[in-house]
Design a protein. Structure first.
Length: 283
């Protein structure tokens, strides 16, 4: 009587498990897909500052593409000016970022629709040809642009509520990662954004409190989406990730002229964590 090994008994279950792993796709999008609107400091109305200037430095780290296979990191310097007028507050400024987009190895393959020779325990398809391979690499990228926003403000005892705000970002990208997307063959990915210009529009709410030591602490939540036309994206047959959007959660702390913040961004095939410091300059 032939003995059956433990591996033989487990093999059908292993193959069934492997067959349940989702097929990986390739979406090469802008590196600013979900992180184009970092926190912009606006003085509280109780600070009696009608306008103020800020310089900021921040670090961004995150993942992108399907299943988060690619990694993104960047440093950003920015300048912005803020205003308080009546029941409204506003800001506008400029920024420049330099970073690295780490592309993972990716194989785009064809499938056979006929059952394979191993029986019913195995998936009814098998790899039989490689159409294209994206070789893993680290690609430099940069972007420069402008951000701005306006919000309503409702002061309350020891704080203020900014119930509704609108923020917008316009960025222009440069670098190796942009060149990679522009030269990538159509058959190599599901969706590719080949343009350098991006624009986003978002809505936010911010609430700020102040303790007896004069330290301000707050929380901001924002939701937005890209303004680029769908026609700016190459789309393989049947591939769609639209409508695209992002959600940001920001915690910020201000002591005198210095504000520290951390921001978690989740968007369409992009997640990131930002942390930075802003300093008020001038009077």
């Amino acid at each position: 009587m032939r003995k059956i090994s433990g591996l033989s008994l487990l093999l059908p279950f292993i193959i069934c498990f492997i067959g349940c792993v989702p097929e990986r796709h390739a979406y090469f999008l802008s590196p600013t897909n979900s992180n184009a609107n970092p926190y912009a400091v606006i003085p509280m109305k109780t600070d009696s500052l009608r306008s103020a200037n800020y310089i900021s430095a921040l670090y961004n780290i995150g993942s992108a593409n399907d299943l988060g296979y690619d990694n993104v990191l960047a440093f950003q310097l920015r300048f912005h000016r803020s205003h308080n007028f009546g029941i409204f507050q506003a800001f506008y400024g400029a920024n420049i970022s330099l970073g690295s987009y780490v592309i993972s190895d990716y194989f785009r393959t064809k499938y056979s629709d006929s059952p394979n020779v191993y029986g019913n325990y195995y998936p009814p398809y098998q790899y039989f040809d490689t159409v294209f391979r994206v070789t893993g690499r680290s690609s430099f990228f940069g972007n420069y642009g402008f951000t701005g926003g306006i919000n309503m403000v409702i002061p309350f005892e020891k704080g203020e509520w900014r119930p509704l705000g609108i923020e917008m970002s316009v960025q222009n990208e440069f670098g190796n990662y942009l060149n990679f997307r522009k030269t990538l063959p159509d058959s190599a990915a599901d969706i590719v954004f080949r343009k350098s210009f991006t624009a986003t529009l978002g809505f936010y709410m911010d609430i700020i409190g102040k303790n007896r030591h004069g330290t301000e602490f707050g929380y901001k939540i924002s939701y937005g989406f890209p303004l680029n036309s769908i026609n700016n994206y190459y789309r393989n047959v049947g591939a769609s990730i639209f409508p695209m959007c992002y959600l940001s959660n920001t915690f910020h702390l201000t002591k005198k002229r210095i504000t520290a913040f951390m921001q978690v961004n989740v968007g369409t095939y992009a997640q990131s964590f930002q942390t930075g410091v802003s300093c008020r300059i001038g009077k």
